[in-house]
Each structure stands twice: as structure tokens, then as C-alpha cells.
Design a protein around this ligand. Structure first.
Ligand SMILES: [Zn+2]
Length: 633
């Protein structure tokens, strides 16, 4: 069964949000005693009782939904009868779905606050099952809706203003219709679903379960077992021998499976090509961008502008080579190595809230007022506790507040993460407050803009107020690394993705050798003359799961560029910039992502936002060089 687009939209957004959540190091340097949740002051715990006062209230809501679901499903066969019957069906969904999401979110938050609690896990499972059931019950909806001629709906909308509210929604559903096939063809494609998902599933098992990495000796002479989580930890080691050993152990192990990996990735690419050919898309790229209605020119402009500015990344690597005294060049295992010793820039939670609030001052009273209320009314679950899920995220629904999970230890990175998650929460809050349910969520293309914008404003504010050159250098490098990792690196991955899709579309075989050669060429192009390429790097693509998602990672880069633009305008005090940004935050999905961003004065179809982002990177490089000279490094 094919679940309908509306009911699954939110849960897809949830799953994607979990992928996007930055991985925050939750392991403290010193082994600290982690508190039981019951020991933490209630003011640092999120206010789930405002969703449901207790589990009994949740049970009542759950039972109510079970009772009402057949009513919503009973609209089957009525949509095309009249404007009123269509409106009735839409309104029923707009009432039912937010309740369903609320029931789900309550259990999701409870289960994350203590993953050891069996009751919470069972409740979460039950609400998830209800979601799936609803999707199945409503699978008729989109096909029935799109079987009504659009002209009919259009005339109904002109007569009925309540129905006209759904114009953007209808436009979005009907624009996808041209790629929907006959019922029999759709059935055949659905029948192949299990087969088509096999490469991705097999890769998942390979990389998460079957593959075993060898041990290495760490900086202190201890034998440590490697896993995927340990990769970045050791890539940030100040001991080059440890970095090299860890890189060779992990990428070298993947390389042992290079033919299997190539066959699996080829399978995934062929799967995308199958969709393109079966449904009549122009290309894999166009098919992937179509979902968010993004023109392929946006993608191409990003890639072209990043390529034009590769000399900046080369310059950054020259600095890396010089400062770290890497006479044989920057190897792949040196790319993440810290350029400066870690600086203690610590914040208590209260300090962090204050600094974030001060930094975001230019966003004005409306924004600050809501944010301050959020901080003060327990949106945030602040500290780690026994059994709590790691990392950080923002989560909520149309009928709840946008809660934030943190594992706050008091570092600069934690404070930065808090600013980031608050950006998501404020975007959610303002969209829900200002949009009807049908447009209350924002598209994944826009999802990282508000969070990154907050993070950049926060980091700049801290940087401006830091006078100690070593601390300043640490912050500058944090920025450069964030930019490299998000804009350059994700665009580079994206370029590899495009390359292998084009190769396959042109009928060229995708093998470990052909993909390895493509990857190696792109690495050399990106990192430039100071970079020394090792043959092993040609196998690095094997450890990136995103290549199975079909053009996903470029969104990290576009979001980041949009956010730097908005942040720069706000920090420069450009007249009207704050209002333009607020209208974007309040916009939900009532327009397509590109149009919403245009409202925030960022035209993603032109090279300007990407060029401006590059200018900012260049300025930060200049400042870094200045401080390096100042401290004689
Ligand atoms: Zn985020």
C-alpha cells in the first residue's frame, strides 16, 4: 500500500530531522557521574505535561483517535462530489492529523528522555503504529483527489474562499500528477519496491552491522576498538600517527569490500534511473529536486560557484600545511586536525541563554520575546541524565510547543548547538502560529536556514567580543571548519553523486575502479596543491550513506549559503532585513521554498548568495592569517 502524501509528510520530516541533527559529542573528557532524571531540577526539564498532563490523558486522546479514524477514512469516494464535500474531507484531516502528531510527539519525547523506560517505549510504538495505520487507511486520498480535473477544483475555489485556502496545496499535489502512471503501472512499480530497496538495506547492514574495524593504539598508548562513531574523534587527534592509523583502519576496512560496495551503490543509482525512465523525468537530479520544486539550475549554480571559489579552499589548506608543519602535504587524514589547541570557552546554561539572547538582539522584540518565553517556560530539556538519548534536536508539532533536547555540558559547542536548535524551534513556532495546519510545516530545503542563521550570529557575536588572540583563532577555525564541512565538502560529495549518476545515465559501468577514480579526481580538484592524495582515499565514498538518498547532501550547502546571507544582512543592520527574514520564518510552506527564500531577500537561483557566502569565508581566512601573524604562528 502506498501511504498518502499528507499523513506521511510529517513523519518523513521527522525522520529527516533526525538525520540532520548535528552529532554532538556527548562523551565528557573526564568520566563524570551522570545524574538520574529525578535528581535534576524541574526547571531544566521540558514541559511535556503541557502536551498531556499525564499518561491517562494521553490514553484518552489515543482512544479518541482510534474512534475518529474511520470517520476520516469514510470520506472515500466523496471528494469529487462538490466543493463542500472536498472541503469537509480536508477539514477532517486538518483536525485529525495534528491530534495524531501530538499523540506521537508526547511519546517520542518521553521515550527519548529515558530510553530505558519500557512503558514509554511501548506507548511510542503504539502511536507509531497508529501513524502507519492511518497512512494505509488514507492511501486512496491523493489518487482520488488528482482524478478530479484541476479546472473543476479551480472553479470551486473561485466560489468558495475556504477551499481557496488550499490553492498552494492543490498546486503542489497536481504538479506531481504528470509523473503518476496508470493504476496498473503504479501497481507494478509498487510490487518492485522490496527488490528496489535491497541495495540500500544491504549497504546499511554492511556498514552498521557486518563490517568490523580493527583496533588501533591511541595517543596514550592504549589499544582502542574503532567504530564509525570513533572516526571523527580520531580525525581530530593532534597526534598525526593516530589520525593516520584510524583513517587507514576504517577506510582500509571499507576498501576490503570495494566490489560489494560498488555493486550496491550501482544498484542504488540504477534504481534512481529506473524511476526516471519509468516516470519520464529528465534526469536523476531533476527527479530528486522536483519534490521540493527546486529548479536544477539552483543545484548547478551552487556547484559552479563553489568550483569558481576553490582557490579559497586551497588557500585554507596552504594555511593548514604551514601551521601544522605538514612538509609532505595535507593528507586526507589531516583535513580535520585541529589548527589550534582547544580553548576553554565555557558557559553555564544560564550564561549561554544570556549570550544567545544578546547576540540575537538585532532580530527584534517580537523574536526575542517569544524566544525568552520559550527559554523561561521549559522548552529545553537541558542536561544529560541516565538513559537519555544523546545529541540534540528540536521537535514539536502544530499543537505543541517546539521542544528542544540538549545534552548540555557547558562548552562553546554546546552553546552553539543550543542557538542552532532554538533557530529550528523559533522557525517552527512562527510558522505554526501564522499558518493554517496545511502549511504549518516547512520544507526540508528550508529546514536548516533558521538554525544555521542563529548559529552564525551567535558565533560572530562571541568572536567580536573575544580579545584573547588564541581564543579568537580557535573561534575563527571553528567557523572555517564549519564552512568547509558544510559548503565545500557537501558540494564535493554532491558533485561525486552527480558524476556517478551521469556515468550510469550514459551507460558507463559503475565499478569500484571507475567510482574510485572519479572520487579521487574530485578530491584533488577540491583540496588543491597542498593536498597529497593517497590511493586509499579513492575508497572513501564507501563510508558515506547519503549517496543512497539521491541528491540529498547539496541541501546542507544551499541552506548554509542562504543562512550566511541572511545573517550578514541582519548583522549589518540592513533596513528591512529583519522583517523580510521574519516573513520567511512565518511562512511555513504556504509558498515553494525558492519563493519563500526570495521573500527573505535570498535568490537561490542566482549566483549571488553563494558568492556572498564565499566572500565571508575569504574574510574569515584573512582574519585567521592576521591572528596567526599576531601570535607568530
Ligand atoms: Zn539543524
Amino acid at each position: 500500500m502506498k501511504p498518502n502524501a499528507r499523513s506521511t509528510r510529517w513523519i518523513q520530516a521527522l525522520l529527516v530531522a533526525l538525520i540532520l541533527v548535528p552529532v554532538v559529542a556527548t562523551v565528557a573528557e573526564e568520566p563524570q557521574r551522570v545524574a538520574e532524571r529525578s535528581e535534576i531540577d524541574a526547571k531544566y526539564l521540558w514541559a511535556t505535561e503541557r502536551i498531556f498532563p499525564d499518561n491517562q490523558a494521553w490514553e484518552a486522546a489515543f482512544a479518541d483517535l482510534e474512534k475518529k479514524m474511520p470517520e476520516v477514512a469514510a470520506c472515500k469516494g466523496t471528494l469529487g462530489k462538490s466543493a463542500d464535500s472536498l472541503l469537509k474531507a480536508l477539514k477532517l484531516q486538518d483536525t485529525f492529523e495534528p491530534q495524531l502528531e501530538k499523540v506521537y510527539v508526547y511519546t517520542s519525547l518521553l521515550s527519548d528522555q529515558d530510553t530505558r523506560d519500557g512503558t514509554n517505549q511501548a506507548m511510542k510504538q503504539r502511536s507509531f503504529s497508529m501513524f502507519v495505520k492511518y497512512g494505509q487507511e488514507m492511501s486512496w486520498f491523493t489518487p482520488e483527489l488528482t482524478s478530479i480535473p484541476f479546472e473543476t477544483i479551480d472553479s470551486w475555489m473561485r466560489e468558495n474562499p475556504d477551499l481557496a485556502l488550499y490553492r498552494q496545496y492543490f498546486d503542489n499535489v497536481f504538479r506531481q500528477k504528470k509523473y503518476v502512471l496508470t493504476p496498473r503501472e503504479e501497481e507494478l512499480i509498487a510490487m518492485a519496491g522490496e527488490v528496489r530497496s535491497a541495495p540500500g538495506k544491504a549497504y546499511n547492514f554492511l556498514s552498521n552491522a557486518d563490517i568490523k574495524f580493527p583496533s588501533i593504539t591511541d595517543e596514550n598508548g592504549n589499544t582502542v576498538e574503532l567504530d564509525e562513531q570513533a572516526f571523527y574523534k580520531y580525525m581530530r587527534s593532534t597526534d598525526r600517527r593516530v589520525r593516520k592509523d584510524a583513517y587507514e583502519a576504517i577506510v582500509g576496512t571499507y576498501a576490503n569490500y570495494r566490489n560489494t560496495g560498488a555493486a550496491l551503490l550501482n544498484g542504488a543509482v540504477q534504481n534512481h534511473i529506473f524511476s526516471v525512465k519509468a516516470r519520464g523525468y529528465d534526469s536523476c537530479l531533476q527527479a530528486s529536486l522536483f519534490g521540493s520544486n527546486i529548479p536544477t539550475a539552483v543545484y548547478q549554480t551552487l556547484v559552479d560557484t563553489v568550483n569558481d571559489n576553490l582557490p579559497l579552499l586551497h588557500r585554507y589548506q596552504d594555511i593548514r600545511k604551514r601551521v601544522l608543519k605538514l612538509d609532505d602535504g595535507v593528507h586526507a587524514y589531516d583535513l580535520f586536525a585541529p589548527l589550534v589547541e582547544k580553548q576553554e570557552i565555557d558557559y553555564t546554561y544560564e550564561d549561554a541563554v544570556k549570550v544567545i539572547t544578546d547576540a540575537l538582539g538585532p532580530l527584534g522584540d517580537e523574536y526575542l520575546g517569544i524566544m525568552t518565553k520559550g527559554f523561561g517556560s521549559r522548552w529545553v530539556d537541558v542536561y544529560p541524565n541516565k538513559g537519555k538519548r544523546g545529541g540534540a534536536y528540536s521537535s514539536g508539532t502544530y499543537l505543541t510547543e517546539p521542544f528542544i533536547l540538549m545534552n548540555y555540558h557547558g562548552t562553546f559547542e554546546d552553546a552553539s548547538t543550543l542557538a542552532h536548535e532554538m533557530g529550528h524551534s523559533m522557525h517552527s513556532y512562527l510558522s505554526k502560529k501564522n499558518q493554517p495546519y496545511v502549511y504549518g510545516d516547512y520544507d526540508i530545503f528550508c529546514a536548516e536556514v533558521a538554525s544555521t542563521c542563529n548559529e552564525i550570529i551567535f558565533q560572530n557575536n562571541v568572536m567580536d567580543r573575544t580579545t584573547d588572540p588564541r581564543k579568537k583563532l580557535f573561534l575563527l577555525v571553528e567557523f572555517l571548519e564549519g564552512f568547509r564541512g558544510t559548503v565545500f565538502r557537501q558540494t564535493m560529495f554532491s558533485e561525486f553523486e552527480q558524476k556517478i549518476h551521469e556515468m550510469a545515465e550514459a551507460g558507463q559501468p559503475l565499478t569500484a575502479d571507475s567510482m574510485g577514480a572519479a572520487y579521487g579526481e574530485i578530491m584533488k580538484k577540491y583540496y588543491g596543491p597542498s593536498y597529497t592524495h593517497d590511493d586509499l582515499v579513492d575508497n572513501y565514498w564507501l563510508r558515506i550513506p547519503h549517496f543512497y538518498y539521491n541528491f540529498y547532501v547539496y541541501k546542507y550547502s544551499t541552506s548554509y549559503c542562504a543562512a550566511t546571507n541572511i545573517a550578514a544582512r541582519i548583522m549589518a543592520g540592513e533596513p528591512g532585513a529583519v522583517d523580510a527574514y521574519l516573513s520567511f520564518l512565518k511562512g511555513g510552506s504556504h509558498k515553494y521554498p525558492i519563493d519563500l527564500l526570495k521573500g527573505a531577500r535570498v535568490d537561490m537561483t542566482s549566483p549571488k548568495p553563494y558568492q556572498d557566502a564565499m566572500k565571508l569565508f575569504e574574510e574569515m581566512l584573512d582574519k585567521t592569517e592576521e591572528v596567526l601573524t599576531q601570535i607568530g604562528s
